[in-house]
Write a protein of this length. Structure first.
Length: 505
């Protein structure tokens, strides 16, 4: 609470990401006021808490926008990193952290809170993975900023939708027999996402004379092999046979993870590289400032049990894919009238649907993930595999929720760019393409009161390769996009029929 009796004003960077999206409601529940800094604030609008926060546009690498966002802020949460943005991501992280620290000091911010990675004891920083090395450097920069700073260092975070949990879950569930890298014997101290959030919220109230790093972890220290065996037990799976071989390098390991799990190699690599060294907490001093309530920190089995319950109940608030794909385009959608941005290819399909518009919308909003794309499955599977081969996200990111979408959700190799409930779903492609692509689906009612489905694919080519790409795939559009439109219309009819047969309650 501030001196004027108002709740502490907290700035959350990375609110569109996995941790940030979960931290915001926890801060609100603790009585704090929240301001969210995002490159695309509209991506936050469909979150349940969107109306309770202030949303501002900005980027941590832009000093002017950071200064504006920090104005009047008491506690600033730094939850962003440039991992995956290219070979120079460490320099980008370094520059962003310096800007943030300098602007926080200039704005009179009382405290910075940063979530970093747990580093191994006795290992020179030069021998760490680039991921861990950068996280450690960002923590030092913020501690040296002149603003009291809390650096929380965590290893593997166990929670529904986290990249670490998804990697563990899919490896264990899909492979009853595994040939694994040697890092499965590395000791790790995992931590439940609930305890990470509790430490983040509690850090806002630390005394002003505390400025240091804290290790945070759960009560269990396990090898990755033991984590897979215990996951199988909690999930009631048959015991897994795990054989490790020393020849799987971090690069090969990341491709192996990318092949088996929805986590692409670009994200799996830093996760697997971080497992080369033992990551175990060296102190538990955080409990002096953020006391543990009864039953906390949660043990590994309980953390897995809670995460699985969220997954099975379709109550996953955020996922590792909530954050934008590094380098994903943010260009505005080309509009038909007056657009002067060059060539724009379109494929438009329109059908009358013998079903209520509500049924059509239910089908549209449930597309993708386990529900599929109502089209030639082999073509989509091949396109997803090809995308993975060239370093893209592929088709297996799935959905956060099986029935509901919100702006910013990842949807296989698309992202929800716009949604008007009952009327419009617009997806932006995040697969590797020589251009920009969108897919729109409309549920409409014509002048005669009949339901109509309108589907539009748009492609803005980049260079000669982009034009060649469109013309090489256009012969398949009748099969892929035409089939999709027909099958969506048929599914809407089936939905309406099934609901008409349901007994009246």
């Amino acid at each position: 609470m501030t001196s004027d009796g108002r709740g502490t004003l907290c700035l959350v960077t990375g609110a569109t990401g996995y941790i940030g999206g979960r931290l915001v409601p926890e801060l609100l529940a603790a009585g704090h006021r929240v301001r969210c800094l995002a490159r695309s604030p509209d991506r936050l609008r469909d979150h349940p808490w969107a109306g309770d926060v202030e949303r501002v546009r900005g980027d941590v690498t832009d000093a002017t926008s950071v200064a504006a966002a920090l104005r009047g802020v008491d506690v600033a949460y730094y939850l962003v990193h440039a991992l995956g943005t290219g070979e120079d991501f460490e320099e980008t992280d370094r520059r962003a952290a310096r800007i943030f620290g300098e602007q926080a000091r200039a704005a009179g911010v009382r405290r910075i809170v940063y979530l970093g990675g747990l580093t191994p004891a006795g290992v020179p920083e030069r021998d760490l993975s680039p991921h861990l090395r950068s996280r450690a450097e960002v923590g030092r920069i913020l501690l040296d900023s002149g603003v009291p700073t809390t650096v929380l260092r965590a290893a593997v975070v166990i929670g529904s939708g986290s990249a670490s949990f998804e990697m563990l879950r899919y490896l264990t569930e899909r492979l009853p027999v595994m040939v694994t890298p040697s890092w499965v014997h590395t000791r790790i101290q995992p931590v439940a996402v609930r305890d990470v959030l509790r430490a983040l919220v509690g850090s806002a109230e630390m005394p002003d004379d505390v400025s240091r790093a804290f290790d945070i972890g759960g009560p269990d220290v396990l090898t990755y092999r033991e984590m897979m065996i215990r996951y199988a037990a909690v999930a009631e799976l048959p015991r897994r046979l795990i054989l490790s071989v020393p020849i799987l390098t971090p690069g090969l390991s990341s491709h192996w993870v990318g092949l088996v799990t929805p986590v692409p190699a670009s994200i799996a690599r830093p996760l697997t590289e971080s497992l080369r060294h033992e990551v175990v907490c060296r102190e538990r001093d955080i409990a002096r400032y953020v006391p543990d309530p009864p039953g906390h920190p949660l043990g590994f089995d309980e953390a897995v049990r809670l995460a699985l319950r969220k997954v099975r109940d379709a109550r996953v608030a955020t996922r590792w894919s909530s954050a934008s794909v590094p380098g994903a385009p943010s260009d505005p959608l080309p509009t038909d009238p007056g657009w002067a941005g060059g060539s724009l290819y379109t494929d438009v399909r329109e059908l009358a649907v013998d079903a209520p518009r509500e049924s059509l919308w239910r089908v549209i909003e449930s597309i993708g993930g386990d529900n599929g794309w109502y089209s030639f499955p082999l073509a989509w599977a091949v396109r997803g595999r090809l995308d993975r081969l060239v370093g893209g996200v592929g088709l297996r990111r799935g959905r956060r929720d099986a029935a509901r979408l919100r702006v910013g959700d990842s949807l296989d190799f698309w992202r929800v760019e716009e949604i008007e409930p009952g009327h419009l779903l617009r997806l932006r492609a995040e697969m590797r393409l020589p251009g920009l692509a969108w897919l729109e689906m409309h549920a409409e009612t014509d002048a005669g009161g009949r339901t109509r489905f309108r589907q539009r694919a748009l492609f803005h080519p980049h260079g000669l390769l982009g034009h060649a790409y469109w013309w090489s795939v256009s012969p398949f559009h009748a099969l892929v996009f035409g089939g999709m439109a027909r099958n969506i219309a048929q599914a809407a009819v089936a939905d309406a029929t099934a609901r008409a047969r349901e007994p009246v309650r």
